[in-house]
Design a protein. Structure first.
Length: 339
């Protein structure tokens, strides 16, 4: 896409990207990210901001769509391979402290916890999420369906709330849903290195990873004919309007999804349908959009085994076990923290 050039003086002051002091402290990080993202070229918004209350409800609908295979396949694999995963952790009989990064409502982890308790594991479950509402729902579900499980939710940033490990317990971190694919390769390696810092040698990381497959299957998962994914993507603009006083007209933007088989990356965008100006009184800023200009909102990397093994090794882990669904390729990978 070519943007229209504007005549400007040879010297111009640097753009001020400091949010207005009127912004509430709890919105400051959000405001900083939005201001920087929409001031960039290309414009970007982080996918971590999808999940307000409405966004979370829309994502629950997405997970139930026939075309959205990742959640369904991963949940089935967790049930099918629960005992194999426990054996692969090789804890030597030590009690387990399970830390789930981005647990959501814990629905698919319930079966894993149930199977591990049934197999005789001594288990403490620490779901970690930025959504207090999701953790509240999780706690209620676990208390109702698995009262024997000890649950200690942790609300906030993973690395700020990470508990100090107990000498008698093995920590097992879960990062499921192929959420690692939302990062670039560099970001993914950085994230895994931060996880490794918090784990001791012999502790483990369990990853859920979407693998490369028929491009038509992948694209259908991110651009469903029912339009639920489009509503989910556009809801990000609705959130900006509500929380940052912006005036996005959602009818002037369209959801666009793509998948590149060469790179193995699915991407989502919001495309401006007309030339327009979007303003925010809280940010005290206006953002210009050309017709056809986009906001890059999400990426989802699809993996191959050799790439995963290299990523793990470069981040202080070694792959100890690999379980794969052959019909809709997806993997559960047990990684051991090395010295």
């Amino acid at each position: 896409m070519t943007r229209r050039r504007h005549t400007a003086p040879a010297m111009r002051p640097a753009r001020d990207t400091t949010p207005s002091p009127a912004i509430a402290p709890e919105l400051r990080g959000f405001a900083d990210d939005v201001l920087a993202g929409l001031s960039g070229n290309p414009k970007r918004l982080s996918s971590k901001y999808f999940y307000d209350d409405r966004g979370s409800r829309l994502f629950e609908r997405i997970m139930r769509l026939p075309s959205y295979y990742p959640t369904r396949v991963e949940a089935a694999m967790l049930r099918r391979h629960a005992k194999d995963l426990l054996d692969a952790l090789d804890t030597g009989g030590s009690p387990i402290e399970m830390l789930e990064l981005g647990s959501g409502d814990g629905r698919k982890t319930l079966a894993l916890c149930r199977a591990w308790l049934k197999a005789g594991a001594e288990l403490v479950y620490r779901p970690m999420d930025i959504s207090a509402q999701a953790l509240e729902h999780l706690g209620a579900r676990m208390a109702r369906q698995l009262p024997a499980l000890t649950v200690h939710p942790l609300c906030g940033d993973y690395f700020q709330t990470w508990p100090i490990p107990s000498a008698r317990r093995r920590q097992v971190a879960l990062f499921l849903g192929s959420n690692i694919g939302n990062f670039t390769d560099t970001e993914a390696a950085r994230f895994l290195r931060r996880v490794r810092v918090h784990l001791r040698v012999g502790d483990s990381l369990l990853l859920g990873l979407d693998l490369r497959k028929d491009p038509h299957t992948v694209l259908a998962a991110y651009d469903d004919p029912e339009g639920v994914t489009a509503a989910f993507n556009l809801n990000l603009l609705r959130r900006l309007n509500r929380e940052l006083g912006m005036d996005f007209d959602l009818k002037r933007f369209r959801h666009y999804a793509s998948y590149c088989p060469l790179q193995g990356v699915a991407r989502s965008f919001l495309v401006s349908q007309v030339r327009q100006t979007v303003r925010s009184h809280l940010l005290d800023h206006a953002f210009e959009f050309g017709a056809g200009e986009f906001i890059y909102t999400e990426q989802s990397q699809k993996y191959e085994r050799t790439g995963v093994e290299a990523l793990a090794q470069g981040s202080g882990f070694e792959v100890k076990a690999w379980f794969e669904d052959p019909a809709l390729p997806y993997a559960l990978v047990v990684c051991r923290a090395t010295g």
